[in-house]
Design a protein. Structure first.
Length: 703
């Protein structure tokens, strides 16, 4: 398997030269756009040419052509997600180099996406989702996904501060002036049933309404597991005048199912084998629940031909109630102690962000200015109780019997803690193009993070940090085919609740990157970037306690190369491919973990290639076929670097048909039923079986 995976990665890397992608918001810096090969589609999130987005909003808060942004920005447009029939946000993120998405089997209680080796965070239209609770994997309300890597999101805040490890911004579908609708259902392996709808209904010339929603129920290849989720996303756009737009967005989502903790390294990566699809715990384990609700209001007002203002207010609440029977202490061979555990977390988050934008032109220059301020309050409280000293049973996982039912631990001395994060900042940014060839980006944010951490084990720590976060970059058009770029940026972020061994501090990050964005022809485009990211005050799971406690004084470095390419030789044929080489490690000893150890869950090599052909004339008009392969090298199970999960690759395939009123597709994931293991972020890291061969049939009616 290792040899085959290495071969796939070699093929992927050989196919790579570069990729630029994007989306947008609104700036005069959007003049020249290189069209690659298909018909350009103007969406509410920006212009798209097949698999290539031509502009981006997230990086600068202005709608700017990708080649003029001196940093890595990758975009997954809706067409690519539809062609692949992605069933989750995690699947969509496989189309971006250097991203390790959330594990789909995990209870949505915290965000575990990694970008360039480090923990990233997800945003919804620029607002942080923090722990990202509820039905977080749904794509029913996503127009596109924009990914900013490293500390490149200095203009964004809220939650616990300015992102430090990368941002995955989920750009929502927005109301439009033209009436449309789509109702469909997906059925598939493991009892999947997932009805969806997307209704866009203009109410009058001054108001547009759009509502999307989804319900899903399924089982799993893992024994016992059954899952159920739903989400509802109403949005209303009001146009009181030709200069003012008011957008209201609501979201409510729920997820429910048995908590899955994965499997130990013993019996999976080494030792006497155990059933790879084993569910550890009583079969009648009560469901865990994850919820999320939010409401956001955005006002855009054009003051005159030069200046405009934007303001957004958002309020959100989230909670999860996790119940599990966890394995904690090895007793020899495949025998482990089993313990009841319950963890409850509740969050309340409110934020406001307002900015003033100006655009100026001369005969040889174009300038865009953004001046803004943001503030947020996040209250995060949690309780964790487990009967560590009185296990419910000892179980041989080679021949398991989980006869003891789950009961709430009720030990009388649960760990409980609260974190109150208050963030604020003022920022300024200037984009300046000279002769439409040299594109400068400069800015800074004066950011403040206040952390008030308390727990019932004697922790009562307050930390305040104010720091000027600079950002600078330059992109130079060597010719009409290639643009060289370089940038530097910093980030500052507060920390979530955890069982800390010492006083937590805000995490700081610095990133340097350089690369090239290219359009070698009107058919082949992409980007290549080399980078180095340094972070300090990071949390390191303490192996001495199996990851139950964390050490808040880690220092980490990631460096590597990202490659993203789009090739569209004809309007019928499109290819998206990416490759990443990532070297992520500790550069400072943390407890018993020595400097130089590799970070857990980060593959040194990873990549994906996908191609799709759609017949646009003749008897087969509307038929499409697609196929792809994803591959990655092995990853360390935890920061101790004792156990390593092997390399793997998987194949996907699809055949579909679409016309103006109807669409259907049959998709197979992991076509060859590759048997592999993956890592799940549970305590310091557990093992989970890779998804087996799964088949999906999706059908929808459009009107």
């Amino acid at each position: 398997m290792l040899q085959r995976s290495a071969l796939c990665l070699a093929v992927l890397s050989a196919l790579m030269p570069v990729s630029s992608l994007a989306e947008g918001q609104s700036s005069d810096l959007l003049d020249d756009i290189t069209v690659v090969g298909n018909k350009v589609t103007n969406t509410t999130a920006g212009e798209v040419d097949g698999y290539q987005a031509l502009t981006a909003d997230s990086a600068t808060k202005t709608r700017t052509p990708l080649k003029k942004i001196p940093q890595s920005v990758q975009v997954v447009p809706k067409k690519l997600m539809e062609d692949q029939q992605v069933q989750s946000v995690g699947e969509a993120l496989k189309n971006v180099s250097g991203v390790v998405p959330n594990q789909k089997l995990m209870t949505p209680g915290w965000e575990t996406t990694k970008v360039r080796g480090f923990a990233a965070e997800q945003l919804q239209d620029g607002s942080t989702l923090y722990y990202n609770m509820g039905d977080r994997e749904s794509t029913v309300n996503i127009e596109r996904v924009e990914v900013l890597k490293g500390a490149n999101a200095v203009l964004h805040g809220g939650g616990s501060g300015t992102p430090i490890g990368g941002v995955v911004n989920l750009v929502s579908k927005m109301p439009q002036a033209e009436k449309s609708g789509k109702v469909g259902v997906t059925v598939g392996s493991h009892g999947l049933v997932k009805p969806t709808f997307d209704i866009n209904q203009p109410l009058n010339e001054k108001a547009q309404l759009r509502v999307t929603g989804e319900y899903s129920q399924s089982k799993s290849q893992v024994d016992v597991i059954e899952r159920e989720s739903y989400n509802l996303n109403p949005s209303l756009k009001l146009l009181p005048s030709d200069k003012t737009t008011v957008t209201l967005q609501g979201k409510t989502s729920r997820w429910e199912g048995q908590d899955y903790q994965g499997l130990p390294a013993e019996g999976t990566l080494k030792g006497t084998p155990i059933d790879r699809n084993l569910f550890i715990g009583n079969k009648d384990l009560p469901n865990s629940v994850s919820k999320s609700d939010s409401l956001a209001a955005t006002v855009d007002h054009k003051l005159n031909d030069t200046w405009s203002v934007n303001a957004k207010v958002r309020s959100a609440e989230g909670e999860y109630d996790e119940k599990a029977q966890v394995f904690l202490f090895p007793m020899g061979g495949n025998t482990w102690t089993l313990h009841n555990m319950r963890m409850y977390d509740q969050q309340k988050d409110s934020s406001v962000d307002a900015n003033l934008k100006g655009e100026f032109k001369t005969a040889k220059t174009k300038t865009a200015v953004v001046l803004g301020a943001e503030s947020s309050n996040l209250d995060d409280s949690a309780v964790m109780d487990y009967d560590m000293m009185t296990p419910t049973a000892m179980v041989d996982l080679s021949n398991p019997t989980f006869s003891t039912p789950y009961t709430d631990p009720n030990t009388g001395f649960p760990w409980s803690g609260t974190v109150a994060n208050k963030t604020s900042g003022v920022y300024a940014q200037v984009q300046h193009s000279i002769n439409d060839r040299v594109h400068l980006l400069g800015g800074a944010k004066l950011a403040k993070v206040d952390i008030d951490f308390q727990d019932n084990m004697g922790g009562d720590d307050k930390t305040s940090k104010t720091k000027l976060l600079p950002r600078a970059g330059v992109a130079v058009d060597v010719n009409d085919k290639a643009t060289l770029f370089a940038s530097y940026s910093e980030g500052l972020r507060g920390v979530p609740w955890a069982n800390y061994t010492d006083t937590p501090k805000p995490v700081e990050a610095k990133q340097k990157e350089a690369g090239v964005k290219f359009a070698l022809s009107k058919k082949l485009s992409g980007s290549v970037a080399a980078y180095q990211i340094d972070r300090k005050n990071t949390n390191v799971a303490d192996p001495a306690t199996g990851g139950i406690t964390v050490i808040p004084n880690g220092a980490e470095r990631s460096k590597g190369v990202d490659v993203d390419v789009v090739w569209q030789p004809t309007p019928e044929f499109s290819v998206s491919t990416n490759y990443a080489n990532t070297d992520a490690k500790l550069i400072k000893a943390a407890g018993a973990i020595p400097a130089g150890n590799k970070l857990a869950g980060v593959p040194e090599h990873s990549g994906r290639i996908w191609g799709n052909y759609q017949f646009k004339q003749g008897r087969a008009k509307g038929v499409s076929v697609g196929a792809g392969v994803s591959a990655q090298s092995g990853v360390m199970l935890d920061s101790s670097n004792v156990d390593k999960i092997g390399a793997y690759h998987t194949f996907d395939a699809k055949v579909g048909y679409e016309n103006k009123r109807f669409e259907t597709a049959l998709t197979v994931k992991n076509l060859t039923n590759e048997k592999y293991f993956d890592r799940i972020e549970y305590f310091s890291g557990h093992v989970t079986p890779g998804e087996d061969r799964t088949v999906y049939l999706s059908t929808a009616v459009k009107f």
